[in-house]
Design a protein around this ligand. Sequence first.
Ligand SMILES: NC(=O)c1ccc[n+]([C@@H]2O[C@H](COP(=O)([O-])OP(=O)(O)OC[C@H]3O[C@@H](n4cnc5c(N)ncnc54)[C@H](O)[C@@H]3O)[C@@H](O)[C@H]2O)c1
Length: 257
Amino acid sequence: MRIQDKTVVITGGASGLGLATARYLIEEKGAKVAVFDLNDEAGQRAAAELGDRAMYMRADVSSEESVRQAVDAVVARFGAIHACINCAAILGPSKVLGKDGKATPLAKFAQMAMVNLVGVFNVMGQCAEQMAKNEPEAGEERGVIINISSGAAYEGQIGQCAYAATKAGVIGLNMPAARELGAVGIRVNAIAPGLFLTPMAAALDEKVLDTLKSQVEAPKRLGDTREFAHCCAFILENAYLNGETVRLDAASRLRAR
Ligand SMILES: NC(=O)c1ccc[n+]([C@@H]2O[C@H](COP(=O)([O-])OP(=O)(O)OC[C@H]3O[C@@H](n4cnc5c(N)ncnc54)[C@H](O)[C@@H]3O)[C@@H](O)[C@H]2O)c1
């Protein structure tokens, strides 16, 4: 897909990897970007900073109605949706058993599943509905979806039951969605990032963060958010990349703890 003048929805785009990608796609590639987020202050600040090629919509990815309103607003403002990058997610500890040996209550697990997995399915579906109306580019491509997973999907650590399971679910979505939506000219890929210094990562306990940093293979540093944005642009631009999960992690593999 040629990114110039295309409209890209980025969920979680008010912060971290999503915000860096919004900036990169506008400044380096000439895209128009709609940021969907729940953090109004950060979202409005991002839209103001990014200028008239950006808009912010408050949207809870786990709500059909909220996303429908946001999608309608994007189509009203920019006329179409060509790509969607699902970055919105929440992180938090979850074990099978609590310290008291009792089974962990389901509420936290269910909430994470609603945002990190059901939310991805919700936004990709509603964006795909709009993409299917686009004229195909080069006779074959109407849209591109990128869903953000995590290295935790492969080697989840103790305490990451809910997060790792939702991120593995995102990878599981990839192939059936790519196969189905391929018929209408929409590609679906995922990125499983390693550790990037964003507000989500900064919220981790310092000791945990240091341990994670020590497990980065090469280059021996955290990812730069522009490297993530660059990977999104590559996926958008390469029409032959489909149904794939890109591990963007400097060959890191998380150890058990
Ligand atoms: N930062 C990392 O090292 C890292 C590593 C692996 C995977 N990831 C994944 O990359 C993605 C981006 O992570 P980040 O580090 O930029 O996180 P971040 O916390 O900086 O940004 C996440 C954004 O999602 C928004 N959000 C949360 N719940 C939402 C909801 N229900 N509806 C709409 N927006 C909501 C938040 O307000 C926030 O702005 C996430 O999917 C995360 O799981 C990040």
